[in-house]
Design a binder for this molecule. Structure first.
Ligand code: COA
Ligand code: ZN
Length: 313
């Protein structure tokens, strides 16, 4: 029987950016550097390190420059940074990231709340960024609220495809379909992915899910089934957009890695090391994280019967 899964997937850990932007506790730059280095040590092939956004909008990312400068690069680990406008792109390029992740929202209400622009203004802003930077760096575009909006509810596929067409014509490397507040469900994922694939067959698709309604891992597997090989996730399942009411944690990186390895899908990630990063992150943030494998252990974990018997007596 042939496997329904790809042989290998590329996971991007977005916990230093999507994760820490949603934490109340201010995390210092040295601790962020340690998190990024820990993720590299665990074998993450891509890490979204930070965002070059207005420090008034997201104070947690105000140290983007120092953070990028403090990281010791590792071959094979790509560093991605999120950018909303030209000022962000200029600040980012000074730190030599491997890729810019340009962000816009497909719904007017979330776009205004998050970026203080209409989607059309955002597109014009990003078009300028693309024109000025495409010779210098790889470019990805993240489309927030691709599966639903906390203000406008369900989002029609055409509302997403419209922007995919525009950005594909500008020659970007990839597009991320972002489920900003965990509204996606598996058949919706499959339909949207198939539509994007037929519209832009050579465009790299990344799926970015939040687990707000418990459908994260189901959506990842539906994406895999549709042939997607790039996914974002957060170690410890942290994360969320401060300008999207109800946004909660991204799908949990170590739970995905565990699930993929169970299916024989290669990630290049050392699960034991990643679990240690998750434990350290939980201690740093001083609250329980939402991942499950970090508590249960991998399915290879076994116990001695005598230990259970002693506890029960
Ligand atoms: N990096 C740093 N500062 C920036 C910036 C950037 N990328 N873009 C704008 N600024 C500064 C301006 O220089 C200006 O500073 P000043 O008040 O000291 O003069 C101030 O921010 C306002 O600039 P303006 O262009 O009017 O921006 P705005 O207030 O309309 O906000 C964004 C627009 C896009 C900059 C802001 O909404 C933002 O950064 N949003 C990001 C939200 C986010 O990251 N959400 C989660 C991830 S999806
Ligand atoms: Zn997100």
């Amino acid at each position: 029987m042939t496997s329904p899964w790809p042989k290998q997937v590329v996971l991007c850990d977005v916990s230093p950016r999507d994760g820490l932007q949603n934490e109340c506790k201010a995390v210092g730059t040295p601790q962020k550097i340690a998190l990024v280095q820990g993720l590299m040590h665990a074998g993450l092939p891509r890490i979204e390190v930070t965002s070059f956004v207005s420090p008034k909008a997201i104070p947690q990312m105000a140290d983007a420059h120092e953070l990028m400068q403090g990281i010791t690069r590792k071959p094979g680990a790509e560093l991605v940074v999120l950018v909303p406008n030209l000022k962000g792109a200029e600040r980012a390029l000074a730190c030599a990231p491997d890729e810019l992740n340009l962000v816009m929202s497909v719904t007017g209400s979330h776009s205004q709340a998050n970026l203080r622009m209409t989607p059309e203004q955002s597109f014009e802003t990003l078009r300028e960024v693309i024109t000025q930077t495409r010779e210098k760096v790889k470019l990805n575009v993240s489309l927030s609220c691709s599966f639903g909006c906390p203000f406008e509810g369900h989002v029609q596929a055409e509302q997403v495809l419209h922007w995919v067409r525009q950005f594909n014509a500008l020659g970007v490397t990839g597009i991320s379909l972002c489920d900003t507040t965990g509204m996606a469900y598996p058949s919706q994922v499959r339909e949207l992915v198939e539509m994007v694939q037929s519209l832009a067959p050579t465009l790299r698709i990344t799926l970015h899910f939040h687990n707000s309604r418990g459908l994260g891992l189901a959506n990842v597997f539906e994406g895999l089934r549709a042939g997607v090989t790039h996914f974002d996730a957060c170690t410890g399942g942290i994360g969320g957009c401060p300008y999207a009411p109800g946004a909660s944690g991204n799908v949990c990186m170590e739970d995905i890695v565990h699930a993929l390895h169970c299916e024989g899908i290669e990630t290049g990630i050392n699960l034991e090391r990643l679990l240690q990063v998750s434990k350290d992150l939980g201690e740093l943030l001083e609250h329980p994280l939402s991942g499950q494998v970090v508590y249960a252990g991998p399915r290879s974990r076994t116990y001695a019967v005598k230990d259970v018997a002693r506890q029960a007596s």
